[in-house]
Write a protein that binds this ligand. Structure first.
Ligand SMILES: Nc1ncnc2c1ncn2[C@@H]1O[C@H](COP(=O)(O)OP(=O)(O)OP(=O)(O)O)[C@@H](O)[C@H]1O
Ligand SMILES: [Mg+2]
Length: 224
């Protein structure tokens, strides 16, 4: 589903990723761990085609994403559910409308309403659908972002510290929803520093250090 072939990404003098090769299968749930600055977010941003590698190739379902034309990128991104901390909700739209925005661009028509309500129910926000982001707790905002990521039934979910600023119970709840999506066939890459979550889920763990893969274990533990 996702393949990195000797990917190097530099920002000026800084090498954020160096010669990273990895393959992730459909429906796999993979944690990306590593210290601050090790290249986790860079790896996810490469997959979103927000940035491009200096060297190497990234293949999604066998297709080299560097060959996508700029006109094809919005369509490509629609297949990806994104849970990034800086992916803010629109302040002047309700919870329902924030989730709906993704559906509008997908052009789902009539079935959209049911899917949105299902996604909100899944994340436990059915009763909050008509509130605005400022009326929500942090964890509820984060769950709205998750509903927005799940609603279009993406092939791939990219999550960057999705549990940051959440209490342990809410964090576990968010991760179990993402895990459920993986069990339904969605491929998940989650960058995190949350050792409790990594250790409790017993999924594959790819550990980065200074832009390199230093370990890749099928049922890994979180390591500093
Ligand atoms: N736009 C940019 N311009 C310059 N340097 C950048 C840019 N983005 C990332 N970097 C550098 O690339 C390296 C990897 O950054 P990245 O954000 O991928 O780390 P990270 O593993 O996500 O860290 P954290 O755990 O703190 O989120 C860092 O040294 C960072 O300073
Ligand atoms: Mg990061």
């Amino acid at each position: 589903m996702v393949k990195f072939e000797q990917v190097t990404k530099k920002f000026g003098q800084i090498t954020a990723l160096e010669n990273v090769s990895s393959e992730i299968k459909k429906g796999e749930f993979v944690f990306i761990t590593g210290p601050s600055g090790s290249g986790k977010t860079t790896l996810l941003r490469l997959l979103l085609r927000e940035i491009s590698p200096n060297k190497g190739k990234i293949l999604i379902e066998g297709k080299d994403i560097s060959t996508l034309r700029s006109s094809e990128i919005p369509f490509y991104r629609r297949k990806i559910g994104v849970v990034f901390q800086d992916f803010k909700l629109l302040a002047d739209r309700t919870v329902y409308e924030n989730v709906e925005l993704v559906m509008e661009v997908s052009g789902e028509g009539q079935s959209a309403k049911r899917k949105i309500n299902d996604a909100l129910k899944q994340v436990g926000l059915a009763e909050r659908a008509n509130l605005f982001p400022r009326q929500l707790a942090g964890g509820e905002q984060q769950r709205t972002v998750l509903a927005r990521a799940l609603v279009a039934q993406p092939k791939l979910i990219l999550a960057d510290e999705p549990t940051g600023n959440l209490d342990p119970a809410t964090a576990r709840q968010i991760v179990s929803l993402i895990d459920q999506a993986a069990k339904n066939g969605t491929t998940v890459l989650m960058a995190t520093h949350n050792a409790d979550i990594v250790n409790s889920l017993k999924r594959r763990v790819i550990q980065l250090k200074q832009g390199k893969v230093v370990s890749d274990k099928a049922s890994g533990k979180y390591q500093e």
